[in-house]
Design a protein around this ligand. Structure first.
Ligand code: OXD
Ligand code: MN
Length: 590
């Protein structure tokens, strides 16, 4: 029975059913009972495997096709009516042409299958930030993941109401997983996402990257808010006051680790605490007080498993110990649990690898888990989840941090001179590519605000939107910083310890926001005095810290040339403010 009377939903559903011709339609109400039935069905068909009920209660294991293990940026499209609205950094096709192509692929694709109708809310139900999506899919795996990652079920339809047309229409089919016909397509002007021939999370959990970043960034530009690829965390001081920061890093730079940071002993002793609001996406609006407020639109974490361990991220590990779906990790047959590279030093002897082949972790040279294997874990499991996680008003943001993986150029931390300069700092972000996206690993690429793969419109317009938001925020705007945890010495070793010790840098950042810390002006912005970063208890000297803060003018001059080249892409749409900032940088370096 239909779960909504909303005629906009029903009419669209009729069209999609006529196109895909499923044998059966199941409305997902989000009830425990229905979810249990679906889990049982997925287990009975072998789509999922139930894991050890004592050690990993309620956890499931799934493997995707070996050719379907990451987001596919070369098959991801933004189909705005005008090509220039998609911009030079997105794949584009005329929507008419693309719909026609996709209609052929979706034609009768669900014959013999069940269509699941998933209503979901991105953001807490009832929050002014929140938005509703409906995903139609032929995959139980998608339903079960969406249950963890979003507020899924009948409440989402209640939030939408009986007449609103403001919902994102998502259509997904695994089809036959043909990688040559795989498409992840966004139609921002139609509020629509069509995804076909993939079963991998980032391509098929349409609430996440597709809606909460690509479609939402476009909505945010039109409606005056921001959808950003950012974690949100709170730092509580011994007096119990909490200050919030957001941070943008390209994929796999340790966003989840930073979001769930464990304070070093020196801060713990004094009573400091860190609270996680989100690890991947922030939706931000100007609040009634004129400040910038953020929510995490998601309800769970879709984290990279390899490298997650008791030391790197105990909170993430704890989060995955119940009600979690593991994808493409190794299956330990001895006790029916999971394993991945970097979990511990005891790989299982009797195991199955991520491709489903028998695997002996004690002798095999091959990896047991895919480097981009994932956990989908409920946020409420997280030991350090913020008490504001479900707050419909979100949290007020004091600082925005950009960062990337740069071996030599960027110092440990610097502060932008003002908002405009901060937008420049975000626009020149760069990092080495990682396993989260298909393609070469280890190549340096520019990734403005970590949004290059996720901006649903022209990036020149996106920069302008940032500048416009800054004008509206005025002196209530968060302060903007850049960090780089990844400086290396001449042997290629990381100099900064990273992980929990990153809090030492965050503390300088918060002190700056409150006017409590000094800074020195450099050609690229404000830097801490080395003695203002607390290194008590660290095996690092003040000299090393000086090195970490060093600005190598020759390298920066090279970088400025590379930025100039990169900026050419945006043509007339590059805001003049950013051109001016680049000129200022060059002058400062001379
Ligand atoms: C992710 C990403 O979060 O690739 O999966 O950014
Ligand atoms: Mn991400």
């Amino acid at each position: 029975m239909a779960l909504t009377k909303n005629p906009n939903v029903l009419k669209w559903l009729d069209e999609m059913v006529a196109l895909t011709t499923p044998d059966k339609i199941v409305w997902i109400d989000g009830s425990e009972e229905q979810l249990n039935q679906l889990k049982a069905e997925a287990i009975s068909t072998g789509e999922m495997e139930a894991l050890n009920p004592e050690k990993l209660p309620g956890c499931l294991l799934h493997r995707t096709h070996p050719s379907d293990v990451a987001r596919v940026e070369n098959r991801t499209f933004i189909c705005s009516r005008k090509q220039e609205d998609a911009g030079p950094t997105n794949n584009w096709e005329d929507p008419k042409v693309m719909y026609e192509k996709l209609r052929k692929l979706f034609n009768g694709v669900m014959k013999g299958r069940t269509m699941y109708v998933i209503p979901y809310s991105m953001g807490p139900i009832g929050s002014p930030f929140s938005k509703v999506g409906v995903e139609l899919t032929d995959s139980i795996y998608v339903v079960l993941n969406m249950d963890i990652m979003t507020r899924m079920g009948v409440q989402a339809f209640q939030h939408l109401g009986d007449t609103s047309n403001d919902f994102v229409r998502g259509l997904h089919s695994k089809a036959d997983l043909d990688e040559n016909e795989r498409y992840i397509v966004h139609f921002p002007e139609d509020n629509a996402i069509w995804s076909v021939n993939s079963g991998y999370g980032g391509n098929v959990l349409l609430g996440k990257k597709c809606f909460a970043l690509r479609i939402a960034s476009y909505q945010g530009k039109n409606e005056g808010w921001m959808a950003e690829h950012m974690l949100i965390l709170g730092i509580e001081n011994p007096q119990g006051e909490v200050k919030y920061i957001t941070a943008a890093f390209p994929s796999a730079c340790g966003k989840t680790n930073l979001a769930m940071l464990i304070p070093p002993e020196i801060y713990k002793k004094k009573g400091y605490k860190v609270w996680t609001v989100g690890d991947d996406i922030a939706w931000m609006r100007i609040g009634p007080d004129g400040r910038l407020w953020a929510i995490n639109p998601e309800n769970g974490f879709f984290g990279v498993a390899p490298g997650t361990n008791e030391k790197s991220n105990p909170n993430a590990l704890a989060t995955t110990r119940k009600g979690t779906i593991f994808t493409n990790v190794a299956h330990n047959l001895d006790d029916n649990t999971v394993w991945w590279e970097g979990l511990d030093k005891n790989p299982p002897k009797h195991a199955v690898d991520w491709m489903g082949r028998p695997w002996d972790g004690t002798t095999s040279k091959e990896k047991g888990a895919h480097p981009n294997s994932r956990f989908t874990a409920p946020a409420i499991n997280c030991p350090c989840i913020s008490d504001k996680f479900n707050d419909p008003q979100g949290v007020p943001i004091s600082a925005i941090i950009f960062g990337g993986r740069r071996a030599k150029t960027a110092p440990l931390v610097y502060q932008a001179r003002d908002w405009e300069h901060g937008v420049f700092v975000g626009s020149i972000m760069a990092s080495e590519t990682t396993a989260a996206a298909a393609g070469a690993v280890g190549v340096v690429r520019r990734d403005p605000m970590a949004m290059l793969p996720f901006c649903g419109y022209h990036m020149g317009d996106y920069f302008q939107h940032w500048l416009d938001m800054g004008k509206k925020l005025g002196d209530k705007a968060p302060k903007i910083f850049n960090v780089n945890w990844f400086r290396t010495d001449d042997e290629g070793h990381f100099i900064w310890p990273g992980f929990g010790d990153n809090m030492r840098v965050l503390m300088w950042i918060l002190d700056r926001c409150e006017g409590k810390a000094d800074a020195v002006e450099t050609p690229i912005g404000f830097e801490p005095k080395p003695e203002d970063i607390n290194i008590e208890g660290l095996d690092i000297s003040i000299e090393t810290l000086k090195g970490l803060l060093d600005v190598d003018k020759a390298l920066w001059k090279e970088d400025a040339d590379a930025i100039e080249e990169f900026y050419k892409k945006f043509g007339d749409k590059l805001p003049k403010e950013l051109k001016n900032e680049l000129e200022t940088l060059k002058k400062n370096l001379d």
